[in-house]
Design a protein around this ligand. Structure first.
Ligand code: GDP
Length: 373
């Protein structure tokens, strides 16, 4: 009798017989995956390693299977999102599966926020975004899984809200869920050994249960792959250059109308026009400090990109550039000081009464919000 195995990407049950069905994994890949502890179905493996996106509809059953476990559970749901990528962090349909269960919203990667950013403003924004998606979190908190900042606050919130429930930690891949769980493990000394030595009966590879106190568990659910994340369009190496890693240092530009900023080859910002008598408008870019920002004229911007993407405008370059979906334009007319957010990358703060466009790889969200700073 063999134990059922599940993909750590989407949670589908692994099978080796039907290539076009969910959870298919070739026998050889199954062996490798088990050996290195990273068992993905072929679909998720391809998405992670070759940026091949298979239709989202295929993953729906997987989502439902996982999420319905949550609905049936009496659980406190700890929902981890990347504060730089709210839409990329969304679990489609999560609100329907939450049921009566309370949700604690956790915005991770607080360490990369510039010091000047007022934390409560961001917390409010996260809550509003959650509301737009049908979620009403009982509390919203920011933390850094990487350096441990405010992880204790989360543990206190968990204690306060869990009552006699188990705690389910959910999140899409790349939000830092594993890093957070590892943090929590370190604070509960001795627990790390427990997980590897005594798995709970009925536990399969699709979730890990961590004892919390006497008779409760903290459940780590599989990271669901959200195909429209910047992370899936770039290799891990490139991602290090474009995704914010350390505290962001704001970069200020005085732009004339019809000027363009390129962010490597991954994003673009156009100041199209401004209703002001001043010759220039001040905009502030909040992106990874090492990401090259290049200024040019709007009229030449398209041809400039065609000529220089992968060289002067990088990363990405080479094969990585070839895999990057075409930059897609999103136009906005802010009437108050606003942030034009390029999800997964950062944002540009613009003054009121301008016409601007943000460009990002097709699928990556670009949106406008009230300025955070
Ligand atoms: P998971 O797929 O959600 O389990 O995400 P991981 O824990 O593997 O983290 C994804 C990436 O985000 C890794 O490169 C981490 O180093 C990074 N990361 C995770 N937490 C933080 C954080 O608090 N701050 C920063 N700057 N990066 C983080």
């Amino acid at each position: 009798e063999t134990e059922d195995l599940y993909c750590i990407g989407c949670g589908a049950k692994i099978q080796t017989t039907t290539p076009d069905a969910l959870g298919y994994t070739p026998q050889s890949a199954l062996k490798k995956g088990l050996a290195n502890g990273e068992l993905y179905c072929q679909r998720c493996f391809r998405l992670r390693h070759y940026n091949e996106i298979m239709p989202v509809s295929l993953t729906d059953d997987d989502f439902r299977r996982l999420l319905s476990q949550i609905r049936e559970a009496n659980a406190l749901i700890v929902y981890v999102v990347d504060i730089f990528d709210f839409n990329g962090s969304m679990i489609p349909g999560l609100h329907r599966f939450v049921g009566e269960n309370p949700v604690l919203l956790v915005g991770n990667k607080e360490d990369v926020l510039p010091r000047s950013l007022k934390r409560p403003k961001l917390t409010d924004w996260l809550r509003q975004q959650a509301n737009l998606n049908g979620l009403r979190p009982v509390a919203t908190t920011l933390l850094s899984a990487k350096n441990g900042h405010d992880v204790d606050d989360l543990l206190q919130l968990i204690d306060h809200y869990r009552g006699n429930r188990d705690v389910y930690v959910v999140g899409v891949t790349n939000v830092g869920k594993s890093t957070l769980i590892n943090r929590i493990l370190k604070r509960n000394t001795g627990v790390a050994d427990l997980i590897t030595t005594s798995r709970f009966p009925g536990t399969t590879l699709d979730k890990i249960e961590i004892p919390l106190g006497e008779d409760h568990v903290l459940v780590d659910t599989p990271g669901i792959i959200h195909p429209e994340q910047m992370a899936h369009f770039l290799t891990a190496d490139t991602l290090k250059y474009v995704a914010p890693q350390k505290e962001i240092k704001p970069r200020i530009y005085q732009l004339q109308p019809e000027q363009t900023l390129f962010f490597g080859a991954v994003a673009r910002f156009d100041l199209i026009s401004a209703k002001t008598t001043a010759k220039t408008s001040g905009v502030t870019a909040y992106f990874e400090n090492n990401l090259m920002i290049h200024r040019t004229k709007l009229v030449n911007a398209d041809s400039f990109y065609d000529r220089h993407a992968g060289e002067l405008l990088a990363p990405p370059s080479g094969a990585d550039l070839a895999k990057l979906p075409a930059l897609t334009r999103h136009e906005f007319h802010p009437t108050e000081k606003s942030d034009l957010v390029i999800e997964g990358l950062g944002w540009i703060t613009v003054p009121a009464n301008v016409t601007v466009a943000g460009w990002a790889p097709a699928g990556v969200s670009v949106l406008l919000r009230r300025a955070m700073i």
